[in-house]
Write a protein that binds this ligand. Structure first.
Ligand code: AMP
Ligand code: MG
Length: 420
């Protein structure tokens, strides 16, 4: 018995319920971008290591500069210069200052750095014309990181800043989760790979664009795509192709999962010993969706329509893949957007409409549909910035209403304007 007609949230929860992170491997830090940390990283040092200057200027004792002004400057003797990478050689005594550069350790005895702009020097005397920096401009030892604390937690997808933090605490070889290997199988007698494009020009076939878009989507989500070709619409051929998915961590099929005469995917999964635990979701596009297990790993049967395939990958495949990849935050964040046009639904299903985002005058993000929303129109996806989430009710959502949208990969113009 499989669950049918679940909501998107229920379906996603079901799919993720049994999913867990795959194994671990150790990699070099420069290769870690986008990977998911498998073990907490603890710092063996405090950072900064020492009290240091946060600007170029003069290290001083606050007591020596308090009350200084343009009319009554404090006059101190400059005893040495401390560059970044150097340490002071002596304790700063009363009436003394040390020229100091940003990042250089504060000399013993000093408790602040006076900015260069408030000073003038002649020979070894510095005149300080303002006391606003008394006791200021020092970065305290350990204020960023303390020895023994976790600086990056297991389950974090590593970005540039994480890589920087790991480097600063000496983690040259982080332990990360292995990238999920994701089998991708297209199904359909009408499909050819790109090298069969002559068939397309001859008007007989279409390119299996899903094979390519899903491969790209898997890669973008941090998976390792394993394309296993295009299966024909017959049970024997389909089973033969599907066997090649054995050994992968996640199996994606697309097409043949609906109720058409040649939709064999569900039957063949069962024949190969797999299970179907969920079928059909109350959403558009993408309603005919299957999920279960095959060869001991999750199998996601995506619909064949090019937009449906990508939207359902985005909503279900990507979080599943990210969970296998070890991420503890596998979902993208949905953001509030204000509708820039009226939206009318023709069925009481949660809709995921392709939209373009732009800046509203009031600082809000405005969303406008990309145009026709047929699930066969892949260009509606390629021109979209985000998926607009429209709940099943009300059927008419007025201009100016606030909904949520899931941003897709891609760059948003700084001050985006809607296309004319
Ligand atoms: P299906 O889900 O198999 O009924 O397919 C639904 C629609 O999507 C049909 O118009 C198919 O031709 C199309 N389609 C199925 N698989 C692919 C694919 N791999 N690439 C492009 N279009 C596809
Ligand atoms: Mg088909």
């Amino acid at each position: 018995m499989s669950l049918t007609r679940l909501s998107v949230g229920e379906a996603s929860a079901h799919m993720l319920a049994d999913a867990g992170a795959l194994g671990e491997e150790t990699i070099a830090l420069p290769d870690a971008l986008g990977r998911v940390l498998a073990r907490d990283v603890v710092s063996p040092v405090s950072l900064p290591l020492w009290d240091n200057a946060s600007m170029d200027g003069f290290a001083v004792r606050a007591v020596d500069v308090r009350g200084a002004s343009a009319d009554a400057p404090a006059r101190l003797r400059v005893v040495e210069t401390i560059a970044a990478g150097r340490h002071g050689t002596r304790v700063l005594g009363p009436g003394e200052a040390a020229r100091i550069m940003t990042g250089a350790p504060l000399p013993d005895g000093a408790d602040g750095v006076v900015r260069v702009e408030d000073t003038s020097t002649s020979q070894d005397i510095v005149e300080i014309r303002d006391d606003r920096d008394a006791g200021a401009n020092v970065r305290a030892a350990g204020e960023d990181v303390r020895t023994g604390v976790v600086v990056v937690r297991a389950g974090t997808a590593l970005g540039a800043a994480h890589v920087g933090v790991l480097a600063s605490v000496g983690c040259a070889r982080p332990v990360v989760h292995v990238r999920p290997r994701v089998a991708i199988l297209a199904t359909g007698d009408e499909l050819v790979p790109l090298d069969g494009f002559a068939e397309v020009l001859a008007g007989r076939r279409i390119v299996s664009s899903n094979s390519y878009s899903l491969e790209a989507a898997v890669r973008a989500a941090g998976g390792e795509p394993v394309p296993i070709g295009i299966a024909p619409d017959d049970p024997t051929g389909l089973a033969e192709h599907l066997r090649a998915a054995e050994g992968c961590d996640l199996i994606l099929t697309c097409g043949g999962v609906s109720v058409g005469d040649f939709d064999y995917t569900r039957t063949v999964v069962a024949e190969l010993g797999g299970t179907l635990s969920l079928w059909r979701v109350r959403m558009r596009p993408g309603a005919p969706l299957g999920f279960g297990r095959l060869f001991g790993v999750p199998w996601l049967g995506l619909p064949g329509n090019p937009v449906s395939a990508l939207v359902t990958f985005e909503l279900f495949g990507r979080p599943l893949l990210r969970t296998l990849a070890g991420s503890v935050r596998p979902h993208r964040r949905a953001i509030p957007v204000v509708l820039d046009e009226e939206v009318v639904l023709r069925a009481p299903l949660t809709h995921f409409l392709r939209c373009v985002l732009g800046d509203g005058d009031d600082g809000s993000l405005r969303a406008r549909l990309t145009g026709a929303q047929s699930s066969g129109m892949l260009t509606s996806m390629s021109s979209a910035d985000a998926l607009l989430i429209v709940p099943p009710e009300p059927a008419t959502v007025r201009t100016g209403s606030t909904l949520r949208a899931i941003p897709l990969d891609g760059e948003l113009g700084g001050s985006a304007v809607f296309p004319a």
